[in-house]
Design a binder for this molecule. Structure first.
Ligand code: 5AD
Ligand code: SF4
Length: 436
């Protein structure tokens, strides 16, 4: 049987999918190895969201060619969004690949590996309208035993004009809530203290008319007050007061909402097909702060989308000043083949101008994050301790409910437990504290 090494790139969803792949392969008798030098098969789970994500994978595939030169039996396969987007083209372009498997076809991986063993190339990229892998108990890869992902739905059909995800991950479908609650409970029984419910757009989660995302959150949060519950990602158009009410009523639902805004200009939002306005977005931000004054808000933003003027860009900076995010993932627009934007909206902002605008957003966000963190000094938080700090063995790090990383002298504290920590100092990225 094969010794499979899985390498993951991209979003949390991909890391969760790799754990499903791990379960499917071990179920078929293969083993998962954590040392690449032991592998007979390397599977790379890929992201297609921006061109630079794809280039990184291409580079990696070429780098692995040298390893194949030394170990002739070593096979390499591509999973995930790049597999779905490029299909057989990928194996034609990178001739050291043997296997391509899209995100809804992982159950077929054992057969595909078998085909490769018979000397053939293998590809399966069929998307599904029903596959959720609900019955598969993921093999936790690279886990700290404290925090785990649970994928609750798959796909996206929002069709934001710039985005390739609806084409690589297919239609939206939700997983049976009972299987989600059972998975969360089993994780808690194994000693995990935090679960993150994942979906491309979690607030569209819908099992029946009576069971949507707020109801699911209510069920998962009720498992145990010692189990923290997080979720990602939310689309602003579906962020309901009902969800905020459920969050506010469970202290173990973490006070952190990732709410991608993409742009602060209504003209851009319309071209992006985001289906909300800046005013709607700010109303949702106000609602979050009304229900949970201590809730952290984070975002995604794109600089230099089609026809973006300096005025549109200023509107994004203004919005950042207004919302004061704790964290932001900031990107340059990257045109993706097959999307609405690639067919109808020219990629007409020069690359160096995109970079300049992006850097302006990054600099502003850096200032805001530092100011936000400074205002935390003197506050006490319950921290779930995750492990040793990267800098010193004498220090531990963990996160508060707001998802901020706090580093502190370890004394008698243990990973996997909750500790009270008082914030004493900070940088833009980290809080520094001491046990109380
Ligand atoms: N170019 C740049 N950023 C993109 N994103 C999605 N598609 C693109 C693209 N074509 C960003 C969005 C999304 C995040 C996951 O990636 O901000 O929220
Ligand atoms: Fe892409 Fe928009 Fe779907 Fe997010 S909501 S995955 S940005 S299409």
């Amino acid at each position: 049987m094969e010794k499979v090494y899985i390498e993951s790139y991209g979003c949390q969803m991909n890391f969760a999918d790799s754990e499903v792949v791990g379960a499917i392969l071990t179920g078929a008798g293969h083993s998962i190895v954590t040392d690449i030098d032991e592998a007979s098969f390397i599977l790379i789970n890929t992201c297609a969201i921006r061109d630079n994500a794809e280039q990184r994978v291409r580079h990696r595939v070429r780098e692995l060619r040298a390893m194949q030169g030394r170990r002739h039996a070593l096979r390499i396969g591509i999973l995930g969004c790049m597999a779905e987007r490029l299909q057989n083209r990928l194996m034609a372009e990178e001739d050291n690949l043997s296997l391509v498997c899209g995100p809804d076809a992982y159950r077929r991986l054992p057969q595909l590996i078998e085909q490769v063993r018979c000397g053939k190339q293998a590809a399966e990229v069929e998307l599904s309208t029903t596959e959720t892998y609900a019955d598969i108990e993921p093999v936790r890869l690279g886990s700290n035993g404290i925090s785990a992902f649970i994928s609750i739905m798959r796909g996206c059909q929002n069709y934001c004009s710039y985005c390739v995800v609806p084409y690589t991950r297919g239609r939206e479908r939700s997983r049976d809530p009972l299987t989600i609650v059972a998975e969360a409970r089993s994780l808690f029984d194994q000693g995990y203290h935090e679960v993150t419910l994942l979906g491309q757009n979690v607030n569209s989660y819908k099992w029946t008319d009576d069971t949507g995302f707020p109801e699911l959150m209510d069920m998962v949060a009720a498992i145990n007050p010692q189990l923290r519950v997080r979720f990602a990602t939310s689309h602003p158009k579906d962020l309901s007061d009902k969800l905020l009410e459920v969050m506010a009523s469970h202290p173990n639902i973490c006070r952190c909402i990732h709410l991608p805004v993409q742009s602060g200009s209504n003209r851009m939002l319309q071209l992006m097909n985001r289906k909300y306005t800046v005013e709607w977005y700010l109303d949702r931000v106000d609602a979050i702060r009304r229900y949970m004054p201590d809730c952290s808000i984070t975002t995604d933003v794109i600089a230099g989308f089609s026809s973006e003027t300096l005025e549109d860009h200023q509107a994004t900076l203004d919005l950042f000043r207004r919302v004061r995010y704790d964290y932001a993932y900031m990107f340059k627009y990257s045109e993706r083949e097959g999307t609405y934007a690639s067919r109808h909206l020219p990629d007409d902002i020069a690359d160096d101008e995109k970079t300049r605008r992006l850097n302006e957003i990054i600099a502003l966000q850096g200032e805001i994050a530092l100011e936000n963190n400074k205002s935390e000094i003197g506050k006490e938080y319950e921290v779930l301790v995750e492990g040793e700090s990267h800098r010193s063995k004498e220090q531990l790090f963990g996160r508060n409910s707001q998802n901020k990383v706090i580093v502190f002298d370890r004394r008698d504290a243990q990973p996997g437990t909750y500790c009270k920590v008082k914030v004493r100092n900070c940088t833009a990225a980290t809080l520094l504290g001491e046990l109380v």
